[in-house]
Design a protein. Structure first.
Length: 287
């Protein structure tokens, strides 16, 4: 089914979930791009109940509000990468350009990447550093959930039966803000991350007044480095800011050994990437 309104989608979800519960069957699959869904089913018939939400206007586009910005759930990564947004969004746009190739970016969506809840989802560190919230609609109405609470583990979220993500809400920073995203993989594009970081710095008078540092692919869920963030606030914004980074700041991560890298390598890579990101922000003009 491909509804054209949020109300139609929620009604269908509710009916299908009720029927599935009676039959002790799985609920419907919410499709928002399908760039992971279809490749996983190559060679076999599609037998799931699929709800394609990409035709709902309410879930499309990027809009600015008094509180910040609203990114519709079905907004593609190409749209994000090419949007006219302030430097605060640089990290998210940089991530958007590294999510697969051009075909993936033209079809893949913001909510699809987040709801897939992969530990290596490129969109999570920048949106986590931007303090984004998820706008969720369901049988009980609307609720807004911080992204840091939305993803609860590998491929797990707080979405309840009958709910869907309608948008990502990005609050406006208190001061002038810039950001950067860095990703390490076996090659530059079309690769699953070994480690990735996003850094957002708010500044006033050349001094850091707010900081968010998020690391992905080094834990089941992307993590913010709160102790490092506290260490950065009140410091002059220049390339020497990277010297504030210490190995202990990464103690909260829980990287794994897998085919792409060892846990030790991931941890070291995360530290190097954070240092590079802070150096890059410190060298930017106007700071």
């Amino acid at each position: 089914m491909r509804p054209t309104s949020l109300e139609e989608a929620l009604e269908h979800l509710s009916a299908v979930h009720a029927n599935a519960a009676r039959m002790n069957a799985a609920g419907p699959v919410i499709l928002a791009g399908g760039t992971d869904f279809y490749p996983a089913r190559v060679g076999r018939a599609l037998d799931e109940d699929v709800l394609d939400i990409t035709g709902i206007p309410y879930l499309q586009g990027i809009g600015e509000t008094d509180e910040g910005w609203r990114i519709g759930a079905a907004t593609t990564w190409s749209a994000v990468a090419n949007a006219d947004l302030p430097p605060f969004f640089d990290a998210l746009r940089q991530a958007a350009r590294q999510i697969g190739g051009a075909q993936i970016q033209n079809s893949g969506t913001v909510a699809g990447n987040l709801c897939n809840a992969s530990p290596a989802a490129d969109s999570v560190p920048p949106l986590l550093a931007m303090r984004a919230k998820m706008e969720i609609h369901g049988p009980q109405g609307r609720r807004d959930v911080p992204l840091g609470e939305f993803i609860t583990g590998n491929r797990r979220t707080v979405l309840k039966p009958g709910e869907l993500v309608a948008a990502v809400l990005v609050p406006r920073p208190k001061k002038e803000a810039r950001s950067v995203f860095l990703k390490l993989g076996a090659r530059e594009y079309l690769v699953i991350s070994i480690a990735m970081v996003a850094v957002v710095l708010e500044t006033e008078g050349g001094v850091v007044s707010g900081a968010s540092v998020a690391v992905g692919a080094c834990s089941a869920v992307a993590q913010r480095l709160s102790f490092l963030e506290s260490e950065l606030i009140g410091r002059r914004l220049n390339a020497a800011l990277a010297n504030r980074v210490k190995p202990a700041h990464f103690d909260g991560l829980s990287p794994i050994d897998d085919i792409r890298a060892t846990a030790g390598y991931r941890r070291e890579a995360a530290e190097v990437l954070v240092r590079r990101a802070l150096t890059m922000l410190g060298k930017q003009k106007g700071n």
